[in-house]
Design a protein around this ligand. Structure first.
Ligand SMILES: O=C(O)CCC(=O)C(=O)O
Ligand SMILES: [Fe+2]
Length: 268
């Protein structure tokens, strides 16, 4: 299905047109960042990490709670991994792609991939079945987490590597373009964080093919709509890697759990 916005191709240098699109709308979508076989090997890697974490009953990684749920067959699965890049070479290897560095200027000078900070590389696995613990996520901005982290609001972008092909029926990522330019007041109060999951008249659907890459500004309002499908066709996997600016604050196994991370308990 054609998307309602232009898509681009990522190379080792952004074009002026790509930078302009991102600055105006607060998001950008690049087609075919990785091939389907690479997508498959990343999914395989996540299953290996999942098995290790289930066996070891890992509840937190670097202070970030890990979200578990059940798959369609009733088997326990990890539905939200944090810092997964620190647990598999295939995933840390993905970060070496020079095209990722080409995105850094979108956040301004002195930006970096936040692979040891925040939640590191996050891997979300949604499936709409009777025992799933993760089928949707209410409206939020990612930037607000910085306030909870006690820092000032530095630029922050989220790079999504999409591992599942999505159609409108799949629900998936909905964004309100342009909301990255709002006031702090609007960023705080436009919607009820994580509790409101209703459609917005200005939202648009991000409909990636497996292997596509998106970037959204941390101040942009977005949500994940529940799939209207159930079962296997509702399965959706996506990786997020933050691009951040400001003081380097790496996390380790002694890092505390931050207040906002309780939202993990709100999403179902
Ligand atoms: O799954 C998605 O596409 C978005 C997830 C998200 O917004 C988040 O983890 O902050
Ligand atoms: Fe988000």
């Amino acid at each position: 299905m054609a998307s309602s916005y232009p898509t681009f191709t990522l190379s080792e240098k952004l074009t002026d047109q790509q930078v302009e699109f991102f600055n105006i709308h607060g998001f950008i979508h690049f087609k075919n960042f990785i091939t389907k076989p690479t997508v498959e090997s990343i999914i395989q890697a996540s299953k290996e990490v999942q098995q290790k974490w289930i066996n070891a009953d890992i509840q937190k990684v670097n202070g970030v709670p890990i979200k578990y749920g059940k798959d369609l067959d009733g088997e326990k699965i990890v539905q939200r991994f944090a810092f997964i890049n620190q647990h598999h070479k295939t995933l840390s290897g993905l970060l070496l792609d020079p095209r990722l560095s080409s995105l850094l200027p979108l956040a301004g000078e002195d930006s970096r991939l936040g692979i040891e900070e925040k939640d590191g590389m996050v891997f979300n696995h949604y499936v709409n079945g009777p025992e799933s613990g993760f089928t949707k996520m209410g409206w939020h901005t990612d930037g607000l987490r910085d306030i909870f982290y006690g820092g000032k609001l530095n630029p922050m972008l989220n790079v999504g590597v999409h591992l599942s092909t999505q159609t409108e029926e799949n629900g998936g990522l909905k964004i309100i373009p342009g909301t990255h330019k709002q006031s702090i007041y609007q960023m705080l109060f436009r919607k009820k964080y994580f509790l409101d999951n209703r459609p917005d008249k200005d939202e648009i659907s991000i409909l990636p093919e497996a292997g596509d890459l998106t970037v959204h500004d941390g101040r942009l309002w977005h949500r994940v709509a529940q799939s209207s499908l159930r079962g296997e066709t509702s399965r959706r996997r996506v990786i997020y890697i933050p691009i951040i600016v400001g003081k380097y604050v790496p996390k380790n196994e002694n890092s505390p759990t931050v207040f906002y991370q309780r939202f993990a308990g709100i999403v179902k």
